[in-house]
Write a protein that binds this ligand. Structure first.
Ligand code: ADP
Length: 274
């Protein structure tokens, strides 16, 4: 009888623990959902008046004198920055809630890569850097890709590389590491010779709203959302991101994408994509 009682008590205790765990999981899920809803509503609410500020200031600029124009430039810079933050929050909450899908279409590979790198040239030149692009020769010319998401992934990595590098180089290297009749696995590598990342921060690098405590990176501003978005966008492609870094020497972020080869499209069609 004693053994039976003990077994019953043990069973009841285990059931209580299971219930508590379920309850904790439900609370965590509800809290996460509340956080997503709050962030997304708040961002939408801020975006509308902010867009008005942006368009009114560009109208004002046309009819202003030199001194006022400089003030309006600062206003535009600040509001563009704020808009980027708001857009990051919206992108992140959508990704986190699983509301984002890939839209694959055929693109000329080197052309798309050149366009992405070129977007960050001005930012790099202002710091005395020049982003380099190296594409292996054995890569197919056209692939099915989601250009917007690839632009977001590589754009975030390249702009971070520029942001956290003062001298040396920022590179995007792409090579083919595997392939069959229809698909190739391409490795994308964004490397820099910048600050590097502290080893104790590696675990948190891809968490949302995270930045290391160092003054150097805090000075750069930012939300700490860029890499969290990058990680989720790469996961959406059924892949994962890796990083190698050494303090004071630089960092390499890399990931592999398995892309379907495509046939060249008519020029007319290409233009509708852009
Ligand atoms: P943000 O750049 O807005 O702070 P990210 O998520 O893009 O947010 O990056 C998080 C942090 O990781 C940055 O604040 C920075 O400290 C570090 N980091 C990211 N990329 C690099 C890099 N290429 N070199 C050095 N540190 C980096």
């Amino acid at each position: 009888l004693k053994i039976k009682m003990e077994a019953l008590e043990r069973e009841a205790r285990m059931q209580r623990e299971r219930d508590e765990m379920m309850e904790k999981k439900e609370i965590a899920e509800k809290t996460a959902k509340m956080k997503q809803d709050f962030l997304s509503t708040m961002s939408h609410e801020i975006r509308t008046p902010l867009n008005a500020v942006i368009s009114i200031s560009s109208m004002l600029k046309q009819s202003s004198n030199q001194a006022d124009r400089e003030l309006i430039d600062s206003l535009q810079f600040a509001s563009d920055n704020l808009l980027n933050i708001i857009n990051d929050i919206l992108d992140f909450t959508k990704l986190d809630a699983g509301k984002v899908q890939l839209r694959m279409r055929p693109f000329e590979f080197s052309e798309l890569m050149r366009r992405i790198v070129l977007t960050y040239e001005k930012m790099a030149v202002e710091k005395g850097l020049k982003p380099e692009l190296h594409i292996d020769r054995n890569i197919w010319s056209w692939y099915e890709m989601d250009d917007t998401k690839l632009m977001q992934i590589l754009g975030n990595l390249i702009s971070n590389a520029i942001k956290y590098t003062d001298t040396g180089s920022v590179k995007l290297n792409i090579k083919k590491i595997d392939g069959d009749e229809y698909r190739d696995t391409l490795r994308f590598m964004v490397s820099d010779t910048g600050l590097g990342i502290p080893a104790d921060y590696f675990g948190k690098l891809f968490d949302s709203f995270s930045q290391p405590e160092s003054i150097t990176t805090r000075k750069q501003g930012g939300t700490g959302l860029g890499l969290a978005i990058v990680k989720r966008l790469i996961e959406l492609h059924q892949s994962e991101i890796f990083v190698k870094s050494e303090l004071g020497k630089g960092s390499v972020f890399y990931f592999d994408l398995r892309l379907k080869r495509a046939l060249p499209e008519q020029k007319d069609n290409i233009q509708t994509h852009n």
